[in-house]
Design a protein around this ligand. Structure first.
Ligand code: A2P
Length: 229
C-alpha cells in the first residue's frame, strides 16, 4: 500500500492517509523501490503523487502482499506473463529477477494497451533487460533467446493490433511467437491487468486445463488479486 497524507480538513485541521495498492516494479535485489502508476488528473492520490519531489514524504505500508510469486507455481518449462496497462509492473520486477530465467526455458511477456504510448514503459524495460549484464553473467548468453516480448494495442495502429485474449483464441499469438499452444504440463502463467481481462484470461487458462495456484498449494497459474476486489 502506497500513499500520501490528504490535505488538512479546513474545519478540524486533521489529515487522513490516502492509500492505494501498488505492485513493486523493481526487482527483489534492488536497493531502490520502483512503482509504475497511471496519472488520474482529478484522482485523490495520483493527482498529487505525480508531483512529488525528492525529499517529500510518502506512506508505504511495511508488509507487502500478493499472489504473483514463483512459489505459487509448480515447476514448468515456459512461463507467460499476461499484462494490460500498468499491470506490467509486477512483471517488471519478475523479469529482472534471475530466478525467472533459471526456473523456465522460455519467458513470454504479453502487454496489451489501448495506445502505443502506454507500451513505452514496457518497451524500455525489455530493452534494459536485454542489455542486462547481471542476467548475462548469471544466466549466460542464453537468456536472450529465452525472452519473448509480445506488445499489442487495441485502439491505435501498431505492429500488432488486438486483445491478447482474441489473439490467443485465434491462434495468431502462438503463430507470431513461433511457439506451441498453451498446455497444462509445460506452461505456467501469471495474470495482471484490468478486472475484465483478469477474469477472461483466467477462464481461458482453465479451458487449457491450467489450475490456479497459491503459496500453500502451488499449481499452474496465478492472478493478481488486488485488482479483483
Ligand atoms: P480494449 O481497448 O479493446 O478495451 P484499460 O485501459 O481499460 O484498463 O484497458 C487496457 C487494455 O486491456 C486495453 O487494450 C483493452 O482493450 C484491454 N482489455 C480490456 N478488457 C479486456 C478483456 N476482457 N480481455 C482482453 N483485453 C481486455
Amino acid at each position: 500500500m502506497l500513499g500520501l497524507m490528504d490535505d488538512p480538513d479546513p474545519q478540524t485541521g486533521k489529515q487522513k492517509p490516502i492509500l492505494r495498492a501498488y505492485s513493486i516494479a523493481s526487482p527483489a535485489w534492488d536497493d531502490e523501490l520502483e512503482f509504475y502508476s497511471i496519472k488520474v488528473q482529478d484522482g485523490p492520490l495520483t493527482s498529487k503523487l505525480q508531483y512529488i519531489q525528492e525529499g517529500d514524504q510518502i506512506i508505504l505500508r511495511p508488509k507487502p502482499v500478493g499472489t504473483l510469486v514463483h512459489d505459487a507455481l509448480l515447476p514448468g518449462k515456459r512461463i507467460w506473463f499476461f499484462a494490460t496497462g500498468t499491470g506490467i509492473a509486477p512483471f517488471a520486477s519478475l523479469l529482472r529477477d534471475p530466478q525467472t530465467f533459471t526456473d523456465y526455458d522460455e519467458v513470454i511477456i504479453t502487454h496489451t494497451c489501448r495506445e502505443l504510448n502506454e507500451l513505452e514503459y514496457g518497451r524500455c524495460l525489455i530493452e534494459e533487460i536485454r542489455q542486462s549484464e547481471l542476467l548475462e553473467e548469471l544466466i549466460g548468453e542464453n537468456f536472450h533467446s529465452q525472452l519473448k516480448y509480445y506488445p499489442t494495442t487495441t485502439r491505435e495502429k501498431s505492429n500488432k493490433v488486438g486483445r491478447i485474449t482474441d489473439l490467443i483464441k485465434s491462434g495468431e499469438a502462438f503463430a507470431n511467437l513461433g511457439t506451441a499452444p498453451i498446455n497444462a504440463e509445460n506452461d505456467r502463467a501469471m495474470i495482471c491487468g484490468n478486472l475484465a481481462f483478469n477474469l477472461e484470461l483466467k477462464a481461458m487458462l482453465e479451458a487449457f486445463e491450467l489450475k490456479e495456484g497459491a503459496n500453500s498449494h502451488p499449481r499452474q497459474y496465478v492472478v493478481e488479486k488486488a485488482f479483483l476486489d
